[in-house]
Design a binder for this molecule. Structure first.
Ligand code: RP5
Length: 183
């Protein structure tokens, strides 16, 4: 059965879908970024293998629902992103899950090695945050306000690094390392 949560208020522009609830910690990072950037999304757990009928309905109705991008995460024989891309006509971003048996290489190869004609933009293993940033950047090509928020996000990253370097210059690497260990 399909479970889903919706970011309230407006029509979801991004569909976040995962093959299992075991993928949730990584997919939650994508949702966190979209919330921070104010991008409406819908999140769902749908297994292409265990409930193909529900999957086909989801992918078939995604355009009608207003999705402009789908972020699909899956692990092992990770067919969910590729099958979304086979049906949904707009961009699909795939997130390969880390796996205990093969370290996520199984998921990565399953997602990235798409046949010509059916692209999936694949991020790093467990790359939930980057998947959401890429989705936001796609949407920002036609949304100036979102582009502004993305530029602010990048400026925030720069500031974080500058603050870290300032601390290193002030305290030296030994004190820096100690405070990192204390966490
Ligand atoms: C995939 O199989 C899911 O995306 C998940 O990463 C993996 C394992 O699923 P569970 O057995 O934890 O439900 O379909």
């Amino acid at each position: 059965m399909m479970e889903e949560t919706r970011m309230q208020q407006s029509v979801p522009k991004v569909g976040i879908v995962m093959g299992s609830d075991s993928d949730m910690p990584v997919m939650a990072k994508a949702a966190d970024i979209l919330e921070e950037l104010g991008v409406p999304y819908e999140m769902a757990i749908i297994s292409a293998h265990r409930e193909p009928d529900v999957f086909y309905e989801y992918a078939g109705k995604a355009e009608e629902k207003g999705f402009k991008v789908i972020i699909a995460g899956a692990g092992m024989a990770a067919h969910l992103p590729g099958m979304c891309a086979a049906i949904f006509p707009m961009p699909v971003i795939g997130i390969p899950m880390h796996t205990a048996s093969l370290g996520g290489r199984d998921s990565l190869y399953s997602i990235v090695q798409m046949p010509s004609g059916i692209p999936v933009a694949t991020v790093a293993i467990n790359g939930g945050a980057n998947a959401a940033l890429l989705a936001a950047k796609i949407l920002a090509t036609s949304d100036g306000e979102l582009l502004k928020r993305l530029k602010e996000y990048s400026a925030g990253l720069k500031e974080q690094v500058e603050q870290k370097d300032a601390r290193l210059q002030r305290d030296g690497y030994k004190a820096y390392l100690e405070s990192q260990k204390k966490g």
